[in-house]
Design a protein around this ligand. Structure first.
Ligand code: ZN
Length: 266
């Protein structure tokens, strides 16, 4: 009698466990194979002129990381307001876009824009003021952040945890897929794109589909305006693929993807 009860209990627990696992898989990425987040850095004119219309043609939404002091932010205020009203995320990419000049290959960084010379308080003030700027454009209190040049520290050390409460997530620059259970929302991995073909970009999405992962693309120039660039044709091929495969791919903003990851990893 006792052993029958034990078998029943084990069977019951196994069934409960299976249904939990099934639920976790079926709710992941809204029941789709992968999530795709398209991010565009540095407030370029081509983002407003090329990317927003291309996304809208397929009813896709992207995340645009603005450095508030950049010309493409300051001179296109009304256009960024319109992009936000369409449902695109305006993300925080600091006021002045400081980068750490002490790292290799950073001779282009001017001394006054050297993140290594910043105190942590200085970068926090800059980031929080950028949130005020962005809120004046989109009226939103919630958004995500992108580390400038991927740099996460001032001369005083890491500021990643200092901004944890101010953003739903922060995007980094390490080129890797984000797999549930292993996603660091303080430094979400993303593929920096420069010169890839449309086929290359689609191949990355297919890998995310195979691994049930979140993939984040990091674009700068799209059809020009930056030395890190993707052609309009390659970018369009990616959007066409995402639109044709909406049944199996969830393309969304970093904000919505990060909120979803928080629920799943809770
Ligand atoms: Zn940048």
């Amino acid at each position: 009698m006792k052993s029958t009860f034990r078998i029943l209990l084990i069977g019951f627990l196994f069934a409960v466990q299976c249904s939990f696992a099934q639920k976790a898989t079926s709710t992941r990425w809204k029941g789709k194979q992968a999530a795709v987040v398209l991010t565009y850095d540095d407030a370029l004119n081509v983002h407003l002129d090329n990317v927003v219309p291309a996304l809208e043609a397929h009813q896709l939404k992207g995340t645009f990381y603005l450095s508030a002091f950049f010309p493409g932010s300051k001179s296109r205020i009304e256009d960024w307001k319109k992009a936000a009203a369409l449902g695109h995320e305006l993300g925080n990419h600091t006021l002045y876009h400081p980068c750490d000049a002490s790292l290799p290959g950073r001779s282009w960084v001017s001394p006054d824009n050297d993140l290594h010379n910043y105190t942590t308080e200085q970068i926090l003030k800059e980031i929080l003021m950028t949130n005020v700027f962005l809120e004046s454009l989109d009226g939103q209190k919630e958004r995500t952040f992108a580390y400038t040049c991927g740099d996460t520290a001032t001369g005083e050390g890491s500021f990643m945890e200092e901004i944890e409460d101010d953003f739903v997530a922060s995007r980094g620059v390490r080129g890797a897929l984000n797999v549930i259970g292993n996603i660091n929302l303080l430094n979400v991995d993303s593929y920096g794109i420069n010169g890839e073909s449309g086929e290359d970009l689609i191949q990355l999405v297919k890998e995310a589909q195979e691994k049930n992962a979140l993939i984040t693309f990091l674009f700068h120039g799209v059809g020009g305006e930056h030395n890190l660039n993707v052609s309009l044709e390659a970018h369009q091929m990616l959007l066409d693929y995402l639109a044709e495969n909406k049944e199996t791919i969830w393309t969304t903003t970093m904000l919505d993807a990060a909120k979803h990851v928080k629920e799943l990893q809770h």
